[in-house]
Design a binder for this molecule. Structure first.
Ligand code: FES
Length: 271
C-alpha cells in the first residue's frame, strides 16, 4: 500500500524531503536530454520523408536499407529506382510505400530497446529528464501498465531485427557486383559499414544476451552458449554507442543512395 501511495504522488509523496528548488544539480544535466531530443527528432523527420517519398531508393547495385527488401512488383518502376530487385510478395499492392511496411520492424526494435527507452523517456517525456531532477508529472507508474507494458515485446522484435540484418548484409554483398564485375564504390563501403553497425547494435542487445546465456544454471555444461554469452557481454556495455551510430548511419546510407539515384552526386569507384 505504501508503494502505491509513493507511485501516485511521485517525488512529492509523504515522507520525501521537501525541497523548494527544481533541482540541486548545477552541472549541464539538460545537455543529454536536449541533444537526444534533437537527434531523434531529426531522424524521425528524415525517416518519415524517406518512407513517404517512394522514389530514389535504388542506384545499381545499391538498395536503400529503408526499402529493403522491396515487397511489391512496383519496386523498380518508380523514379530513381529502375531495376530495383523485388520479392513481389505483395503483388502490385501499393496503398502505402514498401518502406512504411518495412520500417515497422526496425522501428519497433528501436522503440522498445532498453537504451532508447531511457533516451526518449528522459528527452521526450522528461520522466525524469536526468538523475536528481524531478519529472513534471505527479504520477509515476513505470512500465507496469498499458501501453508501456507492451515494451516487453522487445525480445520478439529482436528476432525480426536479425532477419533484417541478414537481408541488409546480403545487400552489402551485392553492392560489390557492378554488372557482373567485382568492384568497390563509396556506396559499397557505406552499405558494408551499415550492415556491420546494425549487427553490432543487435548483438549487443540485452535481449540477445539473455537469449544466448539466459536460463542456464551451469555454464560449464553449455560451453558454446558460454562463449556466445561472453562475446555478447563484451559488446553489451557499448550498446548505447552502437544504438546512436547505427541510427545515424542508416539514415546517411539512405541519403547517400538517394543522392546517387536522383543524379545529384556521382558514386566514385575505388576500382
Ligand atoms: S536493448 Fe537495445 S536493442 Fe535490445
Amino acid at each position: 500500500m505504501a508503494i502505491r501511495t509513493a507511485k501516485a504522488a511521485g517525488v512529492r509523496s509523504p515522507g520525501r524531503a521537501a525541497i523548494a528548488a527544481r533541482t540541486l544539480r548545477t552541472d549541464r544535466w539538460w545537455a543529454y536530454p536536449l541533444t537526444t531530443f534533437i537527434v531523434l527528432l531529426a531522424f524521425i523527420a528524415y525517416a518519415a520523408y524517406a518512407a513517404i517519398a517512394n522514389r530514389d531508393y535504388y542506384a545499381e547495385p545499391y538498395l536503400s536499407p529503408f526499402y529493403s527488401p522491396c515487397l511489391s512488383f512496383h519496386c523498380g518502376t518508380v523514379p530513381g529506382s529502375a531495376g530495383a530487385p523485388h520479392l513481389g510478395w505483395f503483388g502490385t499492392w501499393w496503398i502505402v510505400t514498401p518502406a512504411v511496411i518495412i520500417l515497422i520492424f526496425p522501428l519497433g526494435f528501436r522503440l522498445t530497446c532498453y537504451y532508447y527507452r531511457k533516451a526518449y523517456y528522459r528527452s521526450w517525456w522528461l520522466s525524469p529528464p536526468a538523475c536528481a531532477v524531478p519529472e513534471p508529472s505527479r504520477r509515476y507508474t513505470g512500465e507496469t501498465r498499458f501501453p508501456l507494458l507492451g515494451q516487453n515485446i522487445h525480445r520478439y522484435f529482436f528476432y525480426a531485427a536479425l532477419a533484417f540484418n541478414v537481408i541488409l548484409t546480403w545487400d552489402a554483398v551485392v553492392a560489390f557486383d557492378f554488372g557482373g564485375h567485382i568492384g568497390i564504390g563509396i556506396g559499397t563501403a557505406v552499405l558494408v559499414i551499415n550492415a556491420v553497425l546494425l549487427w553490432l547494435y543487435s548483438l549487443s542487445c540485452h535481449a540477445c544476451r539473455h537469449a544466448v546465456g539466459g536460463r542456464i544454471n551451469h555454464f560449464s555444461r553449455h560451453p558454446i552458449r558460454y562463449k556466445a554469452w561472453t562475446f555478447v557481454s563484451r559488446l553489451n556495455p557499448y550498446h548505447g554507442n552502437f544504438a546512436w551510430l547505427s541510427l545515424v548511419w542508416v539514415a546517411l546510407t539512405d541519403l547517400y543512395i538517394r543522392l546517387v539515384a536522383s543524379g545529384v552526386i556521382h558514386d566514385p569507384r575505388v576500382f
